[in-house]
Design a protein. Structure first.
Length: 327
């Protein structure tokens, strides 16, 4: 397993992380034996980062991950979890973390991510730049001083300009960033009128600030399989940063099939996984799963390494055809 330095943290993370989210569903709704088998297999393969959140099954993901890591006696596992604040209720940060630590059976979480979207003005469950830097960061730092978290993180969703400001401030150590073959804008310039949110080369900002990057939605919630068929435990999710519907993402993903037909990858899922790890700004990627075999498939793709330059060039040509389409 390739290991990558994670920003300025000093952590070395496996390029493949273990997503414990609700999109795949294994760690939320799966059979406990399948959960244990998948986590044990991941550790044996060299995976050392596990990502969860209280929102995943109302704490079920955290409980299951905590139980399994405790059973497996895996003290070296790096664990990240999250807090999402309802209506800027900053007083709930500490209580949310305490609940997460109890469920995870840990005294400390390695990375604590703010899970709210960020905008210039805020409102509702969206936080403003001022609220994040002036309210959230001081509370996160207080918890770090208490030894309950090691590193501060955020999920980089919301307005691109607001994300720039928060990352440039240098307060956060980790950012979860959307990056996939349908929307690579965090890493490269998009063609004009491209049908996706433009993250405006966000990786240039994370790199300058020394922020470690966790690549999320690398399979666009499963749409980059090119198929609408899904595991019964894994309903189609709302897209993030790409089309306005899951079906639209699947339709667009199918237009990338020449990558498979021309021999660059055995499947679209493989191509999407290898595309994500081709980006040097990314420290680790998360892929959700509904069954242990899906982990094996992703692991096999990662072991083939990044896509070759010729494949990336072909992908760029295919992406050019999306310009001008509605999201």
């Amino acid at each position: 397993m390739e290991m990558r330095m994670f920003g300025r943290t000093g952590l070395e993370l496996s390029v493949l992380g273990f997503g414990c989210g609700a999109v795949g569903g294994l760690m939320v709704r799966g059979d406990p034996r399948d959960q244990e088998r998948a986590v044990a297999r991941a550790i044996a393969a060299g995976v050392n980062y596990f990502d969860t959140a209280v929102q995943y099954g109302n704490g079920e993901s955290e409980k299951n991950l905590g139980r399994i890591l405790h059973q497996l006696k895996s003290p070296d596992a790096v664990v990240g979890t999250k807090v999402r604040l309802p209506s800027a209720s900053f007083s709930q940060i500490s209580g949310s973390l305490e609940g997460s630590l109890t469920r995870l059976r840990r005294d400390q979480v390695d990375i604590f991510h703010l899970h709210n979207a960020i905008s210039e003005a805020g409102g509702g469950e969206t936080l403003s730049v001022q609220q994040v830097l002036g309210e959230v960061v001081p509370e996160f730092e207080r918890l770090r001083q208490q030894g309950k978290i090691r590193f501060l993180g955020l999920t980089a969703v919301g307005d691109t300009a607001a994300l720039y400001r928060v990352i440039d401030a240098g307060a956060f150590d980790s950012a979860q960033v959307v990056y996939n073959m349908l929307n690579p804008s965090a890493g490269i310039a998009l063609p004009p009128n491209y049908p996706a949110q433009n993250y405006g080369r966000l990786f240039e900002h994370t790199r300058k600030a020394g922020v470690g990057v966790i690549g999320i939605r690398v399979l666009a919630g499963g749409a980059l399989s090119g198929s609408t068929e899904r595991h019964p435990m894994s309903p189609p999710p709302e897209p993030i940063g790409s089309a306005v519907s899951y079906q639209a993402d699947v339709t667009r993903a199918r237009r990338l099939m020449p990558l498979v037909q021309e021999g660059f990858a055995a499947s679209l899922t493989e191509a999407a996984t290898r595309f994500a790890i081709s980006q040097p700004a990314i420290g680790t990627i998360l892929v959700g799963m509904a069954a242990p075999q899906q982990f094996e498939n992703v692991l096999a793709a990662v072991e083939k390494g990044p896509l070759p330059p010729a494949a990336l060039d072909r992908l760029s040509t295919l992406q050019q055809t999306f310009s001008g389409e509605p999201r």
